[in-house]
Ligand binder design. Structure first.
Ligand code: KG4
Ligand code: ZN
Length: 333
């Protein structure tokens, strides 16, 4: 029996999870609402909030799982990438517990963990599978040949998909993070009404900066003619923006599937909560004869459960980190 305590603190969520033999016993997240008033994550405030949250969150994760610290076989943490002050809180905390219990320490790559979140619940994809990882900081297409062999075959050249949602929302006067709000308004809108352009980017890479500029000009032009333009057309604008972001993402996934011949497609990251993306992926999967997988919402946004499952596979290979390990803001795969 392998029981792992995992900690995730790469950005503005403090999370702890307990996993036993690859099954999640608990996965708790303390979100930090303080950033809302600033329109984005303030790194220094995030570090301070992690310091306050980490002890209670780990305590609650242990209690919910019915496990004591002595019952832990290894301690895992997010090593990179992320905000360095945030990462340091989780890393130092994990190291202290590992040292005091004399148990192995396992540093985990946050983006690889997002992909491996697809291995938490049944039905699971079999190898190889493709994963579209879409979050506030990343947009990647990954080929996953095994838990130990993940390769990025496409990524964004500028903004991430989550940023495309959040920055568009900001242009519409919506609060941060605007992604979920656009999703909500889009449900009542006509996605075909405003056809925003699709960028012509070669290969499997993405770009969202052109879309952002075209939305800006579109809003400027509309409000010049009618100051209430956005207000009057909000649901159609949101549906049209969402539709364009989703088609940009899925057209590249389609290309990746055709080039690799892989027919199992997963999504991960906070933007995979988007209902337009989920529906369109399912529809495209049915049309293309793919098997599609979408993790439970709690394993899509930043969470320690995904760190725990990645650490479980590392444990099986005895791939442990020394106590001298340091987190890094950026990371190679
Ligand atoms: O993975 P995540 O929780 O954090 C990291 O960035 O690592 O992703 C956060 C991003 C934000 O940009 C947020 O607006 C977006 O995910 N997001 C959504 C939805 N829910 C979260 N975007 C569109 N539709 C949603 N329903
Ligand atoms: Zn993330």
């Amino acid at each position: 029996m392998i029981t792992i305590l995992a900690i995730e603190s790469s950005c503005d969520d403090t999370s702890a999870a307990i996993c036993r033999d690859g099954k999640m016993l608990s996965n708790l997240v303390a979100t930090q609402s303080i950033h809302e008033q600033y329109g984005g994550v303030v790194p220094e405030l995030a570090s301070r909030a992690h310091m306050q949250n980490i002890v209670p969150v780990v305590g609650q994760a242990l209690a919910k799982a019915g496990v004591t610290l002595e019952g832990i076989d290894a301690v895992a943490f997010t090593q990179s990438p992320g905000l360095i002050g945030s990462l340091l809180v989780g890393a130092q905390f994990a190291k202290s517990i590992a040292l005091s219990l004399n148990k192995p320490l396992i540093g985990v790559h946050h983006m690889q963990a997002h992909v491996l979140a697809n291995l938490i619940d049944d039905p699971k994809p079999t190898f190889p599978f493709l994963c579209l990882t879409v979050s506030g900081g990343h947009t990647q297409i990954v080929v996953c040949n095994s838990p130990y062999d993940l390769k990025v075959i496409g990524e964004t050249m500028d903004d991430a998909a989550g940023e495309a949602f959040d920055k568009s929302a900001k242009l519409l006067g919506l609060p941060y993070p605007g992604g979920p709000l656009i999703d909500n308004y889009a449900k009542d809108g006509n996605a075909k009404r405003f056809p925003f352009p699709e960028p012509n980017i070669p290969g499997l890479n993405f770009s969202f900066s052109g879309l952002k500029t075209s939305i800006l000009y579109f809003i400027q032009k509309g409000t010049k003619e009618d100051p209430a333009f956005v207000q009057k057309n909000l649901v159609d604008i949101c549906a049209s923006i969402q539709n364009r972001i989703v088609t940009i993402l899925l057209n590249k996934v389609k290309k990746a599937a055709s080039e690799t011949g892989i027919k199992q497609v997963c999504i991960a990251g906070g933007v995979s909560a988007n209902s337009g993306l989920r529906n369109a992926l399912t529809e495209m999967g049915e049309k293309m004869g793919w098997q599609t997988y979408i993790p439970k919402f709690e394993y899509c946004t930043d969470n320690a459960g995904m760190i725990a499952i990645a650490a479980y596979y590392k444990f099986l290979q005895k791939d442990f980190s020394p106590l001298t390990v340091s987190p890094t803001a950026r990371a190679e795969w």
